[in-house]
Design a protein around this ligand. Structure first.
Ligand SMILES: *Cc1c(COP(=O)(O)O)cnc(C)c1O
Length: 401
């Protein structure tokens, strides 16, 4: 079938929940993906900050192949080796004492909210269930998570929303403090707002929130679904700040593309979950855990990946700031590690489409922001190549007035 026919069939049989580009991808290697007609693209989307080690990383591929031959799924009625090994690795390399596995970011955040609610009201305690979240935040697409997210466009048409979430401006500790009531039990934020347009908060924001949570007896919940697993140049973004959360969620980069989510917590909080409290049929299945374990090991192996992420992130930001001198359409360049946003004064989607024409995949978020989240193994040449494509696209745009 021709590419057009594949797209026609997709439109006939799939629900229209995505505004897709007319591209059918069939293969990926490292920082490159290939369309079914054989065209090569430099991939600065990486499955939306998922393929942190690039496409089909040999260590992850071999781990999946081996595990698929041994045992794919068992349910959580029994123990398996990969799930235990992955939990141990995550605990060893984080603030956490305990891990719960699920299959996505939204599901990890659901688990976080359920755990926080349960831990905040032991039998007989006053009714504390409210969580303070932030404007522009994104926590997933389930009913509870669109209720938690600070983006009205995610909520429209799905009312009534779930009660128990209070939204305040992002990067504003005083606003959180003002919103605290007798019902408040947690503050939930992203260390960098990803979907909200790559918004990097002030250096002391998380420290301020930690301090506030300590003074008021609240849980600090960090949604590291996008920032986690090396994306910002540290294994977890909270490591930039010197503080630790009570609960943290992971998903996107965790399995390098194999679906898996995780919710991590300190023992003090985690002990509120007892047998029967929460469950997921597929959660932490051997195949997903083998992929995630191989991913973690490859990222931590020699420190190269995290170091490269920091250096390439700086190079990308510098390159884009160079373009900012040339093109008034660029409002701001911001980022942490390889989570980088190019904020424009115009809608980003047209720029994204033009980059695709020239062989570079990037993604538009928050209407006017081009998000660049390449694999963390990206090279200097590839960073420069991406900047050159954006340069050419903006030059052509200007030419068209
Ligand atoms: C992507 C994302 C989610 C949702 O993850 P899904 O796997 O799509 O459910 C939640 N929080 C943040 C910060 C994200 O970036």
């Amino acid at each position: 079938m021709a590419t057009e026919e594949w797209i026609e069939d997709a439109q006939r049989y799939l629900m229209h929940t995505y505004a897709r580009f007319p591209l059918v991808l069939s293969k990926g290697r490292g920082t490159r993906v290939y369309s079914r007609d054989g065209r090569e693209y430099l991939d600065f989307v990486a499955g939306v900050a998922v393929n942190n080690l690039g496409h089909c990383h040999p260590k992850v591929t071999v781990a999946v192949q081996k595990q698929a031959q041994r045992l794919v799924h068992t349910s959580n009625l029994y123990y398996t080796e990969p799930q235990t090994l992955l939990a141990k690795a995550l605990v060893t390399h984080s603030f956490a004492d305990k891990v719960f596995f699920c299959n996505s970011g939204a599901e990890a955040n659901e688990a976080a909210v359920k755990l926080a609610r349960k831990a905040a009201r032991p039998a007989g305690a006053a009714d504390r269930y409210e969580i303070i979240t932030t404007a522009g935040s994104f926590h997933g697409r389930t009913l509870a998570m669109i209720s938690a997210s600070g983006q009205p466009k995610l909520q429209a048409g799905y009312e009534p929303l779930l009660p128990g979430f209070v939204s305040v401006p992002y990067d504003d500790v005083a606003a959180v403090e003002k919103a605290i009531t007798a019902k408040t039990m947690a503050v939930m934020v992203e260390p960098v707002q990803g979907e909200g347009g790559v918004r990097v908060p002030n250096r002391d924001y998380l420290r301020g929130l930690r301090d506030l949570c300590d003074r008021h007896g609240l849980f600090l919940v960090l949604d590291e679904v996008q920032t986690g697993i090396g994306r910002t140049g540290r294994l977890f973004a909270y490591e930039h700040t010197g503080i630790t959360p009570d609960i943290m969620t992971l998903a996107k980069g965790l399995g390098n593309g194999v679906p898996i989510g995780a919710m991590l917590a300190t023992e003090r909080v985690a002990k509120a979950f007892t047998p029967g409290s929460h469950a997921a049929t597929f959660g932490g299945n051997p195949l997903a855990c083998a992929a995630a374990l191989a991913t973690l090991e490859a990222i931590l192996d020699d420190g190269y990946v995290l170091d490269n992420c920091r250096r390439m992130g700086e190079r990308l930001v510098q390159g884009l700031r160079g373009l900012q001198q040339k093109y008034p359409v660029i409002n701001e360049v911001r980022g942490l590690g390889l989570l980088v946003g190019l904020a424009l004064t115009v809608p980003a989607r047209e720029i994204v489409a033009q980059c695709m024409q020239r062989g570079l995949l990037v993604n538009a978020t928050a209407e006017s922001v081009v998000r660049l989240v390449p694999p963390l193994i990206v090279t200097e040449e590839e960073i420069d190549q991406a900047v050159a494509v954006i340069d050419a696209v903006l030059a052509a745009q200007e030419g068209h007035g």
